[in-house]
Design a protein around this ligand. Sequence first.
Ligand code: APR
Length: 312
Amino acid sequence: MPKRKKIGLVGAGNIGGELAILAARRELGDVVLLDIPDKEDFAKGKALDMMQACALDGRDANIVGTSDYAQLAGADVVIVTAGVPRKPGMSRDDLLSINLKIIRSVAENIGKHAPDALVIVISNPLDAMVYEMKKITGFPRERVLGMAGALDSARFECFLAEAAGASVKDVSALVLGGHGDTMVPCLSYTTIKGIPVTKLLPQADLDAMVKRTAMGGGEIVKLMGTSAYYAPAAGAISMAESYLKGQRRTVACAAYLQGEYGYEDIYMGVPIVIGAGGMEKVVEIELSGAEKAMLETSAKHVKELLAAAAKL
Ligand code: APR
């Protein structure tokens, strides 16, 4: 009998809960939902509620809530959302000092209790958090990824489908760079059923959608008073699923670069292949001059963030 897979979720808040129910409904494996001791009962209650929802669906789910890292032993994947989310008027970078402390203790515990897991970080500011995770766990870059590009690409796809009056199933967008206002939506690789969007929609409309995508997270924070959770969870679950099932999907993710795209020792959003080996490949694509310049601006911003983190 093949062993059931195990998915650890550190942070049982809005995104953590959505991750748990998606993992259970897709029967990806057993779920451990972990939070701080003060929130242990909350995590346990959430786990029970979701198990009961799965019973109604006829899904065999096993979800436990805990604050004990020992429960992560043997995890195949750990997804990290521990930290505080944005409030209206805040940028992701405003979360740096508070979330950095949290991510450091989470990373130490993952290194100790789940040394063979693939780690997917969602906590913001993403590029600095995932860099810290890799540094502290000492895991190879193949097993420490940041979820951003999948979400940013999905946001862009949504806007494009609506504007073109097309099915979102046929829209394929690519958003690179850091997860912030300097992200780089790549029009040259964005298509509707293989047809470049530049041939289907006026440039002014595309420019407006690029802008809206870059500010897409902030738009939701302003409306809800906290940050998005359904789409971030869906993005991370698609990455975890590709790993657990060896699907080799190409996804835009924050990946640790070692010379690719001309950058070293930095996490940035690029297309990668996720399979049974974790990040199996960084896909290097040719960028236009404008896209390269935007990527450089984005990299500069990520470097500033990493420098600020290094001082804390
Ligand atoms: N260990 C485990 N969990 C922690 C820790 C810690 N050291 N510190 C905080 N948490 C938990 C909180 O108790 C809370 O339950 O993380 C959870 C975060 O949940 P929410 O506040 O609902 O935030 P969420 O919307 O899920 O976003 C989490 O992801 O997208 C990013 O910007 C977002 O950084 C934020 C993170």
